[in-house]
Design a protein around this ligand. Structure first.
Ligand SMILES: Cc1cc2nc3c(=O)[nH]c(=O)nc-3n(C[C@H](O)[C@H](O)[C@H](O)COP(=O)(O)O)c2cc1C
Length: 354
């Protein structure tokens, strides 16, 4: 019996297996609006058998996008354009998730195929914001440190995006607190030098992400899960680390958050990260064991036996795959064959089932 292909229940929401599509920016939107690319990209991964497809980091406001080509959820038109994509994913048995995000000091960049260069306001970019006025690199304009009103506005924009996500029909909402973006930069002492109640102690640095997570959990329907993606470590001495992540996960559990999606890095670009198969899985295992909350493992999970092992040995409750699902949207269908597990193929493709 494959554990990877056993259903997972979080609240009243049942995932058909433990394979989730990790959120992946497509840099293909205009004015934050999804289009045919997003339908085909997200839809084919639902057809491919994943249990949950998480839409890319979606800006809660225009300045919260990484690039001008990132998705947004600050308008009703964006909500309405996401709805048919959600409906399509549902028609193919996948649940739909969305990662709501603010890119903070990592915003206002060009697309990766234009080398992710910082965009000045006269080149289509904008003034960035952050907990403290510390530039990402010397090539980036320094962000403006958010004042009290700025923080309240960020809070309100996350909640407005959550309302639109719900109205678009999403099952899962994921709060992006990873990879050096705004909420991650509040957590880490390396990027948060504030001396008000949002900086300093661990409790203060966690205050804004926890405030938003708590309000999200209170708002999001009781039968639907809320995920939080964190960077479990900055991979830098004196930065955010696993011990702080375990404490944050305990607080998130108390609030009622359902799953911690355990990524790492992205805050400090020079950090030395020991990339390799499953290099972040240990974070999911430690947080699951020490904070007693469901976790997702992500990062260089590519082989069916590897994914099966992670679930079967209780290191995580689900695996999130990113690049492997770009190589092969039908990875779950292929993995089921390899693990001799039963999985429904789309009716249209049944004649190809081996
Ligand atoms: C094209 C691309 C876009 C990504 N965009 C996001 C994103 O929007 N939000 C996020 O949290 N991570 C993003 N990531 C990181 C992935 O979700 C994942 O954590 C990372 O790629 C490691 O998993 P992998 O080894 O399976 O690719 C992105 C990765 C790729 C390759």
């Amino acid at each position: 019996m494959s554990r990877l292909f056993s259903p997972l229940k979080l609240r009243e929401t049942v995932f058909r297996n433990r394979i989730f599509v990790s959120p992946m920016c497509q840099y293909s939107a205009i004015d934050g609006m999804p289009n045919a690319w997003h339908m085909v990209h997200l839809g084919s991964r639902a057809v491919g058998g994943a249990a949950l497809v998480i839409v890319e980091a979606t800006g809660v406001c225009p300045e919260g996008r990484i690039t001008p080509a990132c998705l947004g959820l600050w308008s009703d038109a964006q909500r309405d354009a996401l709805k048919p994509i959600v409906d399509f994913m549902h028609q193919h048995g996948a649940l739909a998730g969305i990662q709501i995000a603010h890119a903070g000091r990592k915003a206002s960049c060009d697309t990766p195929w234009n080398h992710s260069r910082h965009l000045a306001p006269d080149k289509g970019g904008w003034q960035t914001v952050a907990p403290s006025a510390l530039a990402l690199t010397p090539d980036h304009a320094p962000p403006v440190a958010l004042d009290r009103q700025g923080i309240e506005d960020i809070f309100s924009m996350f909640m407005a995006a959550a309302q639109r996500a719900l109205d678009a029909g999403f099952d899962v909402i994921e709060l992006h607190c990873a990879h050096g973006y705004l909420l991650n930069s509040f957590l880490s002492p390396l990027t948060n030098h504030r001396d008000d109640e949002y900086g300093g102690s661990l409790e203060n640095r966690c205050r804004l992400p926890l405030r938003i997570a708590k309000a999200l959990r209170e708002f999001w329907p009781q039968d639907k899960p809320v995920f939080v993606r964190i960077s479990a470590t900055d991979w830098v001495e004196g930065g955010w680390d696993l011990a702080q992540s375990v404490q944050l996960a305990q607080w998130l559990k108390e609030i009622g958050v359902d799953l911690i999606d355990c990524s790492s890095g992205g805050l400090i670009l020079e950090a030395k990260i020991p990339f390799g198969p499953g290099y972040q899985t240990g974070f999911a295992a430690a947080i699951r064991a020490e904070a007693g909350i469901a976790t997702g493992a992500v990062g260089m999970i590519t082989a069916p036996a590897q994914a099966e092992h992670i679930i079967a040995t209780g290191q995580a409750d689900a695996v999130l795959l990113a690049r492997e699902l770009l190589r092969d949207p039908y990875w779950p269908l292929h993995a089921a064959r390899e693990l001799q597990a039963e999985i429904d193929w789309p009716l249209q493709y049944v004649r190809a089932k081996l």
